[in-house]
Design a protein around this ligand. Structure first.
Ligand code: DMJ
Length: 703
């Protein structure tokens, strides 16, 4: 099912996307401290020895991860050699006293697993698909990954499965992997591992480091992880149930206490002149720090995707300040009056104004849009202004960003790097693949389509949204089919017409019945033949050598999960199963040391990197698990899932928790009306006079 890309793929001429995302500034890294408990200690020693021989290793620089120099000072190397000698001596003594031998059987079992546990990959399987069995396969992959991390890098923020060691991002560590993975452990009912993680959080996790950390990543992963652990452990006590701990308290108190402590430290990031959070914050001083690059501007997605976490914490603690600082960010952004609901990917914390005109739903843009519709759903649809903003953005996406490939008419959600009225770039970061699922979620609120159709609010717009979601889902699936490993590249370009065919053009074609009915109402052609390396459809996918890495990202699986739940079409589960098998085939590391990122997903054998992302455990495997779970498991209508796949409840706003802002009044074109020309409306809320811009696009679609 995987193939080499044809060699005649046209070279794309636009400038290479720089690694603009390696900007985590965690100075004075280090802290490779050995763990103190016996089991991990032995393996920690192993990791130190590995470290001695791995000087000069480089790890990827990109948005989600810290950047750091690959050069280490010579003195450090010499100290390590000395340490290596000491370590060998200790190892010998441990062997002599029998401590090490006690662990031998565990290791033997694990390395056996690494080579034989995937024998099911070869099975074509029975006609009837056993989804429960497939879900178990995902759980096994998770256990293998987690146990390897526990064995080789326990407590570390990073895990390098090939060199079998770990590393802290800041001194003392952030709990990066443990906290991020905790709620997946709970969902999978892995009780003893939850117990171990909780003990570590209780005894070793502190958020007082005198370091700058990325405001967004710390919020979505750490704050989100702790809040989700609180929600799952209190609402689903039968999942990974824990006994009372030493202090007689149930484990769940721990999570909310840690979450509140962390949130209080993060609050300093919001203390800018505009209320837009700074890119980084020092956890010890709670002082916000502006970005080193990008003229000091924050990424828009990062600044504007902290609301689900802070609002849920406000609900739990009854503390309105968490709520107010988070929602103010959206007001400041909206006051910019961006055209058609689409915004540039940088915003200044100092002024609240945008920087540049680059508009995209990939890195630095993505979760701003995601959090609009999810904020609306989080508070049980009581805040319609977020729906309004989402609908506006969706109309803008249809108008400015959607185009189609030349041969297969695949739907592409492109970029406008120089503003909405300049050229369209037919490029999709894999990150954009969260959109099909999120669009479907927005259309039905999480209900299955069949249910949602019974509602009085269901109409043509929702139908069109589901259709768009299906088409984009297919485009993302094709990104996996297009590579040698069956795993998507980080970035894909597409072959499109010149000038690009836009949605209005396509609508006219549809009216002419050019594509109607080709695929049950969808507009693109089938990605067939699937196993022919020179198939026409493949030429629509363009993968550049600088983009062919795979970072174990979750977005496509995430969308498959939503699409399966919402449409009920089992095809999405089958696609997910193919992707899961590709991960197992091409990213598993020898000796049962887990799974790793790929430097090149478009070659066989795949070129491996030495890094397991924390979102492999927090998101990718969780979404696989949910995709193969029964529909009733974690009903979508009751929950909202943050951008790091942490699960929160939907809730009602009460008391001090209410929408504390109003949108500025806009004219028929969506432009903000200046104060002195403001036409007072009866309600005076500025929202009721504006035309629903989505209607305009709908008319265009109907020709
Ligand atoms: C995750 O940290 C989050 O999903 C974020 O919104 C985008 N990047 C990664 C996964 O790719």
């Amino acid at each position: 099912m995987s193939f080499q890309l044809p060699h005649n793929v046209p070279a794309f001429t636009s400038s290479q996307r720089p690694y603009e995302d390696g900007y985590w500034r965690a100075a004075n890294r280090g802290g490779h401290g050995l763990q103190q408990n016996g089991h991990t200690y032995a393996n920690g020693i192993g990791s130190k020895i590995n470290d001695l021989f791995s000087d000069g290793k480089e790890l990827p620089l990109y948005k989600d991860k810290p950047s750091y120099s690959s050069r280490r000072p010579r003195g450090l190397l010499q100290r390590k050699r000395f340490l290596g000698g000491v370590v060998l001596l200790v190892l010998l003594m441990m062997w002599w006293t029998g401590i090490l031998r006690a662990h031998k059987s565990i290791r033997a079992e694990v390395s056996k697993k690494g080579s034989v546990m995937w024998s099911w990959l070869g099975n074509s399987g029975a006609n009837e698909v056993d989804w429960d069995a497939r879900r178990e396969r995902v759980k096994e992959a998770f256990i293998l990954s987690w146990d390897a991390y526990e064995r080789y890098a326990w407590g570390m923020d990073e895990y390098h499965p090939i060199s079998k060691n770990g590393r802290h991002m800041v001194e003392g560590g952030m709990g990066w992997i443990i906290v991020d993975a905790l709620d997946t452990l709970m969902l999978m009912n892995l009780t003893s591992r939850v117990q171990h993680a909780r003990e570590w959080i209780s005894t070793s996790l502190h958020y007082s480091q005198n370091h700058e950390v990325n405001t967004f990543e710390t919020t979505i992963r750490m704050l989100g992880g702790l809040l989700s652990a609180h929600y799952l452990s209190t609402t689903f006590p039968s999942l990974a149930p824990l006994a009372d701990d030493d202090t007689g308290k149930r484990g769940e108190d721990l999570y909310i206490e840690k979450a509140a402590d962390l949130a209080d430290r993060l609050l300093g990031a919001f203390e800018s002149d505009s209320g837009i959070p700074y890119a980084s914050v020092n956890l010890n001083t709670s002082r916000g720090v502006q970005s080193n690059g990008d003229g000091g501007a924050s990424s828009t997605a990062e600044a504007a995707s902290l609301q689900l976490e802070f609002k849920y914490l406000a609900k739990l603690t009854g503390e309105p300040n968490y709520w107010q600082v988070a929602e103010k960010v959206i007001k400041v952004i909206d006051d910019n009056g961006m055209e058609d609901g689409l915004l540039p990917i940088y915003v200044y914390a100092t002024t609240g104004n945008f920087r540049g005109e680059n508009v995209r739903l990939g890195s630095r843009g993505d979760s701003y849009y995601e959090y609009l519709i999810k904020q609306y759903l989080q508070t049980s649809k009581a805040e319609p202004l977020y729906l309004d903003m989402w609908n506006e953005a969706m109309a803008g996406i249809r108008k400015h960003l959607i185009t189609y490939t030349t041969r297969t008419q695949l739907t592409v959600l492109g970029e406008r790097p120089n503003g909405l009225h300049r050229e369209l770039s037919p490029k999709m970061d894999h990150l954009v693949c969260f959109m099909p699922g999120t669009i479907a979620l927005g259309a039905t609120g999480g209900l299955p389509v069949l249910e949602a159709k019974k509602s009085s609010t269901w109409g043509k717009k929702q139908e069109e949204d589901v259709l768009l979601a299906k088409e984009l889902m297919k485009t993302c699936w094709g990104m996996y089919l297009a590579t040698a490993t069956g795993l998507a590249p980080e970035i894909t370009f597409f072959a499109i017409d010149d000038p690009p065919k836009m949605m209005t053009d396509m609508a006219k074609d549809r009216v002419k019945k050019k594509f109607a009915g080709a695929q049950g109402g969808t507009i693109s052609k089938p990605l067939l033949p699937i196993d022919d390396p020179s198939a026409e459809w493949r030429k629509d996918y363009i993968i550049k050598p600088s983009d062919h890495h795979n970072l174990q990202r979750p977005e496509t699986v995430e969308s498959l999960f939503y699409m399966w739940r919402i449409t009920g079409d089992e095809m999405y589960r089958r696609w997910g199963w193919e992707i899961f098998k590709s991960f197992v085939r091409h990213t598993a590391v020898d000796d049962g040391a887990g799974f790793t990122s790929l430097g090149n997903a478009n070659t066989l054998p795949a070129e491996k990197r030495d890094n397991m992302e924390s979102f492999w455990l927090a998101e990718t495997l969780k979404y696989f698990y949910l995709l193969f779970s029964p529909q009733e498991f974690m009903p979508l209508e009751d929950i909202i899932i943050n951008t790091e796949a942490h699960i929160f409840p939907r809730f009602e706003m009460k008391g001090a928790l209410k929408t504390g802002w109003k949108r500025k009044q806009r004219d028929q074109d969506g432009k903000i009306i200046p104060e002195d020309k403001m036409e007072r409306t009866e309600k005076g809320d500025g929202n009721d006079k504006r035309e629903d811009k989505t209607k305009v696009v709908r008319v265009e679609l109907q020709g």
